[in-house]
Design a protein around this ligand. Sequence first.
Ligand SMILES: Nc1ncnc2c1ncn2[C@@H]1O[C@H](COP(=O)(O)OP(=O)(O)OP(=O)(O)O)[C@@H](O)[C@H]1O
Ligand SMILES: [Mg+2]
Length: 259
Amino acid sequence: MAEPLLVAEGIEMTYSDGGRVEALAETSLAVGRGEFVCLLGPSGCGKSTLLHILGGLRRPTAGQVLFDGRPLRSPQQRIAYVFQKANLMPWRTALANVALPLEVRGVPRAEAAARAHEMLALVGLTGFAGSYPRRLSGGMEQRVAIARALVQGAEVLLLDEPFGSLDALTREQLNEELLRIWQAQQLTVVMVTHSIAEAVFLADRVLVLTSRPGRLALELPVTLPRPRPWDAASPTQARLAGELRRAIAQWSAGFEVGA
Ligand SMILES: Nc1ncnc2c1ncn2[C@@H]1O[C@H](COP(=O)(O)OP(=O)(O)OP(=O)(O)O)[C@@H](O)[C@H]1O
Ligand SMILES: [Mg+2]
C-alpha cells in the first residue's frame, strides 16, 4: 500500500442515546494515499458510523483516527463527505450551492464563483451553473453534491452510498465519472456501497464488515487492471465478485448478495 493517509486504530462505537447500541467492535484499518476503498456490509452493520468517524464527524467511544499522521478530532477541509441524498439548497442555483462552503469561509464572491465553475466543469455540469435543483435530475444533483464536497480542495472523499437512489444506467455513468474525478484530482476515496459489482468495478481494495456489532470480516484486494469493464464480463472480475459473494454469504445471511 502507498503511504497510509487515513488510519483507524482500535475504533469502537457504542451509541447510548436511548438505549445502548454497540455499533462497532474493535476495528482497525488503514487507507493509503490515492487508494480507492469500498466498504460493504449488511444494513445496520456500522458502515455509516465508521465513515462518520473516519471523517471526524463523530468521535468513537474508543480508539482513534489518524489523518496524515495526526489525531483527527473534528471535520477537516481536507476531508470531503457525500451522502446518499444531495441535500442541495433549493433556492440556490447549482453554482451557488457549490460556492456555498467557500462563501461561508469568507472567500470573496468572485473567487468562490470561479472555483465553483471549475468544480462544475469537473463533474460535467458546465452548462447548468444557473439551474436550480428542481430542474436537475437525481444524477445531476449528486454531481453538484460532489462538486460542492470537493470545492475546498479536499484530498479525501468519503462517500456514503452516493448513487444508491439512482437508476442503474445513471449509476453506472456516475461510477465512471467518479473514477475519472478520483484520478484527475488524485483523491483518496472511501465509499460505502451495497453492490458487490460496484465495489469490484471501483475499488483497489474491498473491506467487508459483519454486523452486531460491526467489525471487519474480510479484506479483498482488487488487482484488476484499469479501465475495467462495467458489465463484469471479464473472467477475473466475475471470479472476484463470486469470491466476495461467497465470503460475505458465510458471515451474513440476508445480505444483498445479488446486487
Ligand atoms: N445516532 C444513533 N443513535 C443510536 N444508534 C444508532 C445511531 N446511528 C446508528 N445507530 C445504530 O448503529 C448501528 C449501525 O448503524 P449504521 O447507520 O452505521 O449502519 P449502516 O451499516 O450504515 O446501515 P445501512 O446499510 O442501513 O445504511 C445500527 O444498529 C443503528 O441502529
Ligand atoms: Mg448507512
